[in-house]
Write a protein that binds this ligand. Structure first.
Ligand code: GDP
Ligand code: MN
Length: 377
């Protein structure tokens, strides 16, 4: 889960990282008020969860409160990469001498977090990574040893940071590491970390991505989820405890278990079609969950057939059948449904479905073949 810049920077600040003074506003008049409080130059920054806001015109400098009012009004009317701007951050403008990149993420191949820095920070960091990767310094962090001063010294030396900044750079690295570790983040990034005209380091931008699987440990962060980023279908799925991922094919899938869901998708492809979604209804799904799942699948206009593949273990086949019958009554689907039920109470389940005009199949191969055939006809 991504969280907004202003929240990321508040988390950084709580770990001792220096950030500019500033506040968020949802209306131009509020932005002017903040600019008055801050005095002097301010920077107005769109709060949307995409990168490259600067290049998209979502970040502007203003000399005074009136200009802040005008620019904030413009930015609040913008859409950046398809996302509406609902808030702007108004920060005291910084006198930038130099832009550094600093970030921590997981390096899966090393199975360790890695701290990354570059003296060539700012908006072109992706270009730097592509064209001059040697300008990017990486140091792996053993989670048991944690981040040590010798790491941050190596990092500072590696990017050629003048000695006078090493102490504060070390503290910022430590703060970033603690934020990353304590919040169960998969990314904590400051780009740019700037050297100001007053010879200080200041985190001008902040980005944190949280590990969704650890969000239950951070209920105060879970509520910050920005619903603009999700489609309605994804929101509904998450709220009902279903893992749903929309894909581009035309065969909707409802399966219990992620492994079986992937096998089912492979089987559809093997027979020449594409799945419309990944959906794991999980172990122990009950009738209402199945109803919701079928609603989600059928809300996609691309879907030409539905393939239901249930291996009844904890999930009982009669419960699934009950859910399907309830859903059929509610949604009246116009596409054929192919179903394969095996396992606990499969007989009962099949009996219940016998009169519901569904195409049944004994094996996964047969089910996939039938689904592909009906989707094509
Ligand atoms: P991003 O483009 O979404 O990563 O947004 P950033 O917050 O990184 O801002 C993009 C660029 O705007 C930065 O690299 C800076 O060059 C510039 N910028 C941001 N804040 C300030 C500021 O306070 N003063 C000045 N002069 N430039 C700023
Ligand atoms: Mn940035």
């Amino acid at each position: 889960m991504k969280i907004h810049e202003y929240l990321s920077k508040q988390i950084f600040a709580s770990h001792g990282i220096p950030i500019p003074r500033g506040k968020v506003a949802a209306r131009a008049a509020e932005a002017r008020q903040i600019a008055e409080e801050l005095g002097g130059y301010v920077v107005i920054k769109s709060q949307v969860l995409v990168g490259g806001r600067g290049k998209a015109g979502g970040i502007k400098l203003a000399k005074n409160p009136d200009e802040t009012y005008d620019l904030a009004g413009n930015i609040l009317n913008m859409e950046i990469k398809g996302l509406p701007v609902r808030k702007v951050l108004v920060d005291e403008a910084a006198d930038i001498q130099h832009e550094i990149y600093l970030g921590i993420t997981n390096d899966r191949s090393e199975a360790k977090p890695v701290i990354i820095a570059s003296a060539a920070g700012g908006m072109e960091i992706e270009e730097v990574a592509r064209q001059t990767p040697e300008k990017i310094i990486k140091i792996h962090i053993d989670p048991l040893l944690e981040l040590q001063d010798y790491h941050t010294h190596d990092l500072a030396a590696g990017i050629g940071l003048p000695r006078e900044y090493w102490l504060s750079f070390g503290r910022i690295c430590q703060g970033l590491w603690k934020a990353y570790r304590d919040k169960d983040a998969t990314l904590a990034e400051i780009n740019p970390l700037v050297i100001t005209g007053g010879h200080e380091l200041l985190a001008l931008d902040g980005k944190i991505i949280l590990d969704d699987n650890a969000l239950w440990r951070h209920p105060e962060l879970a509520v910050l989820r920005d619903l603009d980023l999700e489609t309605q279908v994804e929101t509904t799925a998450r709220e009902h405890g279903l893992s749903f991922i929309k894909l581009d094919g035309n065969i909707g899938c409802m399966v219990n278990g992620a492994g079986l869901a992937m096998a089912t998708m492979d089987m559809i492809q093997l027979f020449g079609a594409e799945p419309a979604n990944f959906l794991d209804i999980g172990g122990g799904a009950d009738a209402p969950m199945v109803t919701t799942a079928l609603h989600l699948i059928l809300s996609d206009p691309n879907v030409k057939a539905v393939l239901i593949n249930i291996f009844g273990g904890i999930t009982r086949c009669d419960e699934v059948a009950k859910g399907i019958l309830a859903a059929l009554e509610e949604v009246q689907p116009k596409v054929p449904i192919v179903i394969r039920l095996v396992g606990t109470n499969a007989e009962e389940g099949r009996l219940m479905l016998a009169n519901a005009h569904m195409i049944t199949a004994e094996t996964l191969v047969q089910a996939a073949q039938k689904a592909v055939a009906v989707a094509k006809s």
